[in-house]
Each structure stands twice: as structure tokens, then as C-alpha cells.
Design a protein around this ligand. Structure first.
Ligand SMILES: Nc1ncnc2c1ncn2[C@@H]1O[C@H](COP(=O)(O)OP(=O)(O)OP(=O)(O)O)[C@@H](O)[C@H]1O
Ligand SMILES: [Mg+2]
Length: 203
């Protein structure tokens, strides 16, 4: 089972992905926890290019290519081998983040994103959890961390508002989505996520 975690910056994806991986591991389920951009040595090198530096360092079009290159490497080296050996794959962001960040919020590029995705990636998660919340809170959470990976946070609040709406639109379009209210306490969210995934796994 391939599960992706999606949502705006600071919505708690990385926190919840870690907690779910721990919960599944404790239940004796073979799981890997990986992330995008990154998740394989080559893709982690691309990560620094896209997440650090000036917001206008890359155009949306150039980003689509960089993210897709990173995703292809991640798929080849990490995701496919893990699924083939029967593991549950928890992926912190996947193609929906590209659909939103590069495809919708800076001009109407979603068609290009989808065509490149179909050509080069061609897989979707079995389940996508959308961590939905007010971007103002998300951005203040995200800004509270000490990190140099703030290129997208630096696009500002209005950008994050557009992202939220675009993620919710994808959730209406694709039945693989489940929307999670991410504004609640960490433990409450984690409990809902673990129950949902264990039910799907029949565990
Ligand atoms: N439910 C929550 N309530 C309060 N704080 C939270 C909650 N979930 C996460 N946090 C805190 O908010 C910050 C952002 O969380 P996290 O890094 O998990 O978000 P993210 O969605 O992975 O962000 P990004 O998209 O930037 O990677 C962290 O400092 C985390 O400890
Ligand atoms: Mg994160």
C-alpha cells in the first residue's frame, strides 16, 4: 500500500508521517517512511536546489522538471522496490504537491504537470491523506522551525491560501483522498490517521 501525505506548509505532514510509521511498526507492519522532494540519494541532491534560495530562483516550469526528475529517481530507487517487497510506503508529499505548487498556483500549468506525470511517473498512491488547515496557522508553525528550506514558505500567505484551495479541489476530484482536520492536537490527528490506515490494511 502506497500512502501519500499532502497539504500546505506547516500542516503537520512530517510529524504525522513519522507517528504513523511508528504506529504501524509497533503493530508489526513492515513500513518505510520516505519524503519528497528526496527519498533517494539523487533526489535528495535535487531537494536542496528546489527548497533553498530565492523564491524566484526557478520558474514554475523549471521546477516541474526538477521535481519530476527527483520523483522519478525516488520511484526507481526507493518506492517501487519497497512496494515490490510488500512494504507499506508512507510518502511525505508526492505528485499532488507538484500539481498544486507548480501546476495551479503560478499560472495554469496543471495540464503540463499531468502530461509529464503520465509520461515519466505513471503511478498514484492508493491513499492520499490531505492535512487541511488555515494557512495562517500553518505558516506560523512552519516559520517556527529552524531550517533553510523556506523557499515556498517565502511565497507568503496568499500563495498558501491558493494552495489550500487547490488541494481541496484535488480531494474532490480523486476518490483516493481523505481530508484530515489538521488544526487539532497532534495526538488526536495521529489517532485518526492510524485508525484509518489500519482499517484499510485490515490490521
Ligand atoms: N497538530 C499540531 N499542533 C501544533 N503544532 C504542530 C502540530 N503538528 C505539527 N506541529 C508543529 O508544527 C511545525 C510544522 O509541522 P511539520 O513539520 O510536521 O509540518 P509539515 O506539514 O511537514 O510542513 P512542511 O510542508 O513545511 O514540510 C513543527 O514544528 C511541528 O512540531
Ligand atoms: Mg514536512
Amino acid at each position: 500500500m502506497f500512502i501519500s501525505f499532502e497539504g500546505i506548509d506547516g500542516s503537520g505532514k512530517s510529524t504525522q508521517a513519522r507517528l504513523l510509521a511508528e504506529a504501524l511498526h509497533a503493530a508489526g507492519i513492515d513500513v518505510i517512511h520516505t519524503r519528497e522532494p528526496g527519498g533517494s540519494p539523487g533526489a535528495e541532491e535535487i531537494r536542496a536546489l528546489v527548497l533553498e534560495g530565492d523564491p524566484d530562483r526557478w520558474s514554475a516550469e523549471t521546477e516541474i522538471l526538477l521535481f519530476t526528475a527527483a520523483r522519478r529517481d525516488h520511484l526507481e530507487k526507493t518506492i517501487r522496490p519497497a512496494l515490490a517487497s510488500g512494504k507499506v510506503v508512507i510518502c511525505d508529499r508526492f505528485a499532488d504537491s507538484t500539481r498544486v505548487f507548480q501546476g495551479v498556483t503560478r499560472g495554469d500549468l496543471q495540464d503540463k504537470v499531468n502530461r509529464l506525470h503520465d509520461e515519466m511517473i505513471g503511478v498514484e498512491p492508493d491513499l492520499t491523506l490531505l492535512f487541511d488547515m488555515d494557512p495562517e496557522i500553518g505558516l506560523s508553525r512552519a516559520k517556527g522551525r529552524q531550517t533553510s528550506e523556506e523557499r515556498f514558505e517565502d511565497f507568503g500567505l496568499e500563495f498558501q491560501e491558493k494552495c489550500r484551495a487547490a488541494f481541496l479541489a484535488l480531494a474532490r476530484q480523486y476518490p483516493r483522498f481523505t481530508v484530515i482536520d489538521a488544526a487539532r492536537d497532534i495526538e488526536l490527528v495521529a489517532e485518526e490517521v492510524a485508525t484509518l490506515v489500519k482499517t484499510r490494511l485490515g490490521a
